[in-house]
Design a binder for this molecule. Sequence first.
Ligand SMILES: [Zn+2]
Ligand SMILES: [Zn+2]
Length: 372
Amino acid sequence: MSRKKPGNFIVVIVVGCGGNIGSHVVAHIARMAIVDHVVLIDRDTYEEVNLASQDILPSDVGKPKAEVQARRLRAIRPSLIVEAVSHDVTTLPIGTLRGDVVLGCLDNNLTRQFVAEATWHLGVPYIDAGVRNDGLLARASAFLPSENAPCMQCSWTNEMYVALEHVYSCNGAEAMVPPTRSPSFLGSLAASLQVIECSKLLEGNLDRAIVGKQVLLDANSQRHYLTRLPHNDHCRFDHQVWDIEQIDQDPAQVTLGEALALGGNGSAGNARLAFSFRPQVFFRKKFTCSSCPSVTERVGLREALPTYVACDRCGETTEEEIVGIAPELAATALDPSLLGHSMVSIGFRKGDVFTVTNSDQARRFEIGGNRA
Ligand SMILES: [Zn+2]
Ligand SMILES: [Zn+2]
């Protein structure tokens, strides 16, 4: 019996959908009638070695994991809306994680930290799952964001942060932990624990769900543990659930000037704009014409900016110069012509969340509007 309200459209997001746990999770999700829309995120492609531990077929080898799992879901339930995202979740706009529940089927703490923090800020429940082959352990824990609730990092030790630093210094995700060579049945056990809790959250059975708790099955010694996770006053995460205002327009339809003006009294004024989560740096470039006095300015994330433009007055070659690097765009420091540029030309994508600060007031906006 579903407690779903009429017109209530349920979105479940699975991060790491193609792995040891995730490939088992997706089939269960497809068969949950309460779910209308599933978003599958995985940056990887299936390899020969995955056949042993993951719920896939030999014909899936060489294909993106998210695509393979999306096809499976559509075959199980053709009416389900399925989105496949074949990117590293840490490179996506955090609005991609806006759903009713996010399930993390991840094998490393760097990505876990990203997803747990992003979902918390968005106010989206997060269910984490994991396995440990050495003890035949399968576990799941659920986090419901609020100021005083325990977050995932409340129980992280210094050693875990030191290990993360090591990963950062080794140039990120590629240098990460070796893949857990866990058997398919252990991943399937963790997947079931996770989907059971997902079902409780979606049905509104909060008192029965493992919110702020961890359930752990030790299949070696047949033990079952339920642990209440502590709230740590010295947690390194700020525990803030953000108030985010939705902008229904696409980033291509919104100019930088319009975005800056959102923070105050209808004009860009003294406003400053930055990415809200893990701020990125904006580059300011000048392109000086080799034959006329024309200078063209551009501003944006490094990957969004051209390395070369022709002079817009005479068409001659120009010389590029980086004139500024900053984590925020300040209206007063920008050439007025730049205010007419679209947010997409600066590097913003649908689902990005940014903060506009004007005087002492800061407001957060999500560009591109809600899903569905
Ligand atoms: Zn915490
Ligand atoms: Zn020129």
